[in-house]
Design a binder for this molecule. Structure first.
Ligand code: FES
Length: 104
């Protein structure tokens, strides 16, 4: 179990519980913080988040990299950018700060 400090689009911060091994997108979607329109296929970009500490963001998948590259025409892409549907929660994420990215 990890507690994530999530900065929402309205600038508030919420603590969100996420189960180890679950997709980050599932926790954020359950909290109604991301739409996840494509259901986790890395094709919509509505689950884009920024990790404040980019070293906790992990490696992007190939498809995710392409999607983030195309999103970059519309929204800021940072070193800590991830599609939350493409990463699983691990113990190292407990207490980490995440920001919901604006939708393209
Ligand atoms: S849910 Fe669509 S890209 Fe992640």
């Amino acid at each position: 179990m990890a507690i994530l400090k999530v900065k929402t689009l309205d600038g508030k911060t919420r603590d969100i519980e996420a189960v180890d091994g679950a997709l980050l997108m599932e926790a954020l979607n359950a909290a109604m913080l991301v739409d996840a329109t494509c259901g986790g296929a890395a094709s919509c970009g509505t689950c884009h988040v920024y990790f404040e500490d980019a070293s906790l963001a992990g490696e992007q998948t190939e498809d995710e990299g392409y999607m983030l590259e195309s999103l970059g025409d519309f929204v800021e892409i940072r070193d800590g950018s991830r599609l939350s549907c493409q990463m699983k929660i691990e113990g190292k994420h407990d207490g980490c700060a995440i920001e919901i990215a604006p939708e393209a």
